[in-house]
Design a protein around this ligand. Structure first.
Ligand code: ACM
Length: 540
């Protein structure tokens, strides 16, 4: 029972193996056998065969399972379909690596070593965040990411569907969102502190509502919940390029931006904006069923609110003392609208710092563990997403041989040693730390190949932290074996020894600039900002 990743709660190896024959098949309740059948789709299973017995055990916690292998049979118990699916993922890891190929080489011997695995997750939120605004990733990349997350027993895919640089989902109700908001004329290729340069190449794309429904259904079948994000009220240039009347200044020159950084483009907080967004949420939620919806709330430049007499009058009429409080009020109102759909609002941590939100809100603490602890102590459920070590757009090694990254380093060890709920936290706070996720911001991730390189193997380490609670001393050894599975699947991960020659950034604009932005310094600066009000200075 080698190289299981993430590490199960307990593994008891035994001598012998179970060998699949032409008579091997699955038996048990349909809702538990269906996810196993789909996870093992390349393994030949007889329609009415026997040998793999699946049973419900209501005493097990959500997502937990046991897998017991003897020479005579394989027995799986789970309380729910997610547990059954994870048992199948473990079984898949015990089969030959060929099981990760789309078609299996002739003569593959289907055998599983004997023993017992008992397993349950440490955290209920085990996620990945994919920014498809800065660079659009075609649907096939999203479906592939879902498969890779499922392989690692991760259960949330957070899709950053809009930002200054692009709106990424069809709207029947407000079609200019995708007609105008989904593309830009060029993308920035220079780094900070360099003269700005652009690629002079249009970039864009969006998912139809049918695509989104397909992504949601594909994820659900793999025990993954989609968390759509409509990032407001800042990061709104793409929305405002389409519907400038929602802006906080009377301006018809908003554009979908090709430049990276924090823009001043901010939606007006007046009721018309809330009504507009409520209709957008309804369209998205009709396509993808989810109990979580992310509203962003990060990096808002409130200058245009301050300068607008109508917004100032609105603030006063609500009896709010500052524009920061209005920021929280706006985000809370949207949370109320989502609650009517049975959805809990998720926010980046600025929303929590601005003021009181609905009690059922979830906070993603990206500016550090101080704000994570404060929000958890205040009773909010918190997802640990600090820049270090969960921002995988930072280079793993801050070396000139790497491809361009925002900064660096965030190493595999940084991720493997991460403690989302540190031991010195009070118990009430730890109880509200529901999990962690890695972030793939894509300003410098233009395509799926680069996405693979950034996500893996650091994603394997985060999966281990999220599922097993921590990576143990054998993690690196198990990872080495696990990489053969990624090879079979066709993942262009970053080798443990550094990039292949064709993965390096070369000497042109895609070269990495070591030392320009040091991840640890960024983290210290952000951590220090988390007591401030929401307003951020523009950086473009
Ligand atoms: C963020 O990195 N602005 C959440």
């Amino acid at each position: 029972m080698r190289d299981l990743l993430p590490r199960p709660t307990a593994v008891h190896p035994a001598p012998g193996e179970f060998v699949f024959t032409s008579a091997t098949g699955l038996s048990g309740p349909d809702d538990l056998t269906a996810p196993i059948r789909s996870a093992l789709s390349v393994v030949p299973l007889a329609p009415n065969g026997t040998g793999i017995e699946v049973e419900r055990d209501p005493a097990l916690q959500a997502e937990a399972y046991t897998l017991s292998v003897t020479p005579e049979r394989i027995r799986i118990t789970a309380a729910d379909r997610c547990g059954a699916f994870y048992a199948a993922q473990t079984l898949r890891q015990l089969l030959p690596d060929a099981v990760w190929r789309a078609a299996v080489p002739a003569g593959t011997r289907w055998a599983v070593p004997c023993g017992v695995v008992e397993d349950e997750p440490r955290f209920s939120w085990r996620g990945a965040h994919l920014d498809i605004s800065r660079h659009f990733m075609p649907k096939r990349e999203v479906l592939r990411m879902i498969d890779l997350l499922a392989m690692h027993k991760m259960n949330r895919l957070h899709l950053h569907l809009t930002d200054d640089q692009g709106w990424r989902v069809e709207s029947h109700r407000f079609p200019l969102l995708h007609v105008i908001g989904s593309h830009r004329t060029e993308s920035m290729i220079s780094h900070y502190e360099e003269d700005a340069s652009y690629d002079s190449t249009p970039h864009g794309g969006y998912y139809t509502l049918n695509d989104l429904a397909e992504i949601g259904a594909y994820a659900e079948a793999r025990a993954i919940t989609i968390v759509p994000e409509i990032d407001v009220p800042g990061h709104a240039a793409a929305i405002l390029a389409a519907y400038p009347e929602l802006g906080s200044r009377h301006d018809t020159t908003y554009q979908v931006l090709g430049k990276w950084g924090i823009s001043r483009a901010i939606l007006s907080p007046l009721p018309a904006t809330v009504d507009f967004l409520t209709e957008v949420f309804a369209e998205i939620l009709a396509a993808v069923k989810t109990p979580y919806f992310h509203l962003g709330g990060d990096e808002c430049v409130l200058d245009d609110w301050e300068a607008n007499p109508e917004i100032e009058e609105y603030r006063r009429s609500l009896g709010l003392g500052s524009m920061g409080e209005l920021h929280a009020h706006f985000l809370r109102e949207l949370g109320d609208r989502l609650a009517e759909h049975g959805c809990r609002a998720v926010y980046w941590d600025e929303a929590y710092v601005s003021g009181r939100l609905r009690d059922d809100s979830l906070i993603m603490a990206w500016r550090g563990m101080q704000v994570a602890r404060r929000a958890a102590s205040a009773g909010y459920d918190v997802i640990a997403t600090p820049v270090v070590p969960t921002y995988f757009d930072y280079a793993e090694v801050d070396d000139a041989n790497e491809p361009l990254a925002i900064g660096g380093p965030i190493t595999l060890d940084d991720v493997a040693s991460f403690e989302p709920a540190p031991a010195d936290w009070p118990e009430e706070a730890s109880a509200h730390l529901v999990g962690t996720q890695f972030q793939l911001w894509t300003e410098r991730i233009p395509d799926g190949r680069t996405l693979d390189y950034r996500a893996w193997p650091r994603g394997c380490a985060l999966a281990e932290v999220a599922w097993s609670g921590s990576a143990d001393a054998e993690f690196t050894g198990r990872l080495t074996g696990h990489l053969a599975r990624l090879d079979a699947y066709g993942v262009e991960y970053r080798p443990l020894t550094g990039p292949h020659p064709w993965q390096s950034g070369g000497t042109g604009p895609r070269r990495h600039r070591p030392g320009r932005i040091v991840a640890a310094d960024v983290m210290t600066r952000l951590d220090g900002m988390t007591l401030d009000a929401a307003s951020t200075r523009p950086s473009m």
